[in-house]
Design a protein around this ligand. Structure first.
Ligand SMILES: C[S@@+](CC[C@H](N)C(=O)[O-])C[C@H]1O[C@@H](n2cnc3c(N)ncnc32)[C@H](O)[C@@H]1O
Length: 262
């Protein structure tokens, strides 16, 4: 395979660890992905080498680039595995920042009755240095000030003065995002549901807008049905999707309106 012609704006079939080896150092602006956590679902039996993947990601991400790592834990023998946290801490160990631990609030998953029904996944925001792009999603403040707030502060000479704080109606959104499982997935996009574990279009859209700009290069190394790539294309970013399963590659390519090259 030849980089960039065979990679950019393509879905590539293969083990992401092998495919990423062909991607140059410091070339990716943003990664959005959801790994096959704790073999919770059956992804045709594929496993993955987390530490190998994390190290390759560090090499290929630009300084200031971000990884959005969407993950949850399985409960095995009555205990949560804690794999998600182990992964977040490993990213830190190899030099990344753990910029934020965000929550994706979703519908509850029925349980045996011994614990509250789980209704979230983590969205770890991992960055290589300080994120170079942050276009925060703004929401309406519940309460807006009716007058200018003044706070006392020290000026350059160290004297106390008054600071004018502008009246605003909007604020940066919180780090818990409530998005339904089908969030933003059009009813016409039925093929997406042929994959067992898609994340919502809306989730990918919000992260792409937050951590990248038009023309940036976005990677999903375990792209499944291609949600990240589809939204990257719609939002005028470039993308690379890697997926180990031939069947899932086919779903992703169909969603992206690409030719199926088998
Ligand atoms: C949770 S799913 C991703 C779903 C995706 N976010 C979507 O919206 O469709 C994880 C995917 O990782 C793929 N996968 C597992 N190991 C892989 C590997 N080593 N390289 C590439 N893909 C892999 C699985 O086949 C599965 O489709």
């Amino acid at each position: 395979m030849k980089y960039p012609d065979d990679f950019i704006n393509k879905i590539i079939q293969g083990d992401c660890l092998d495919v990423m080896k062909e991607i140059p150092d410091n070339s990716i602006d943003l990664v959005i992905t959801s790994p096959p956590y704790d073999n919770l679902r059956d992804y045709k039996g594929y496993s993955f080498d987390f530490e190998g993947i994390a190290n390759e990601l560090y090499r290929i991400i630009k300084q200031g680039g971000v990884i959005v790592w969407v993950v949850g834990d399985a409960t095995i023998n009555g205990s949560e595995t804690g794999t998600s946290f182990k992964q977040a801490l490993y990213f830190k160990e190899i030099g990344f920042n753990l910029h934020d631990t965000m929550i994706w609030e979703r519908a509850t998953i029925p349980q045996s009755g011994h614990r509250y029904e789980p209704m979230f996944e983590y969205m770890f925001i991992i960055s290589k240095g300080k994120p170079k792009t942050f276009n925060p999603i703004m929401v309406k403040k519940l309460f807006t000030e009716t007058r200018k707030v003044k706070k006392s502060h020290r000026n350059k000479k160290g004297e106390f003065g008054l600071l004018k704080v502008p009246k605003t109606k909007m604020k940066i959104d919180g780090n818990i995002w409530k998005i339904s499982q089908g969030g933003g997935i059009s009813t016409k996009d039925k093929i997406a549901h042929e994959h067992p574990a898609i994340f919502p279009d809306k989730l990918a859209e919000r992260h792409i807008k937050s951590w990248s700009n038009e023309g940036d290069l976005i990677l999903d190394p375990m792209c499944g049905s291609g949600t990240t790539c589809k939204m990257a294309k719609l939002l005028k970013r470039n993308y690379i999707g890697i997926e180990i399963s031939k069947d899932y590659c086919e779903i992703a390519r169909k969603r992206l309106g690409q030719e199926i090259l088998f």
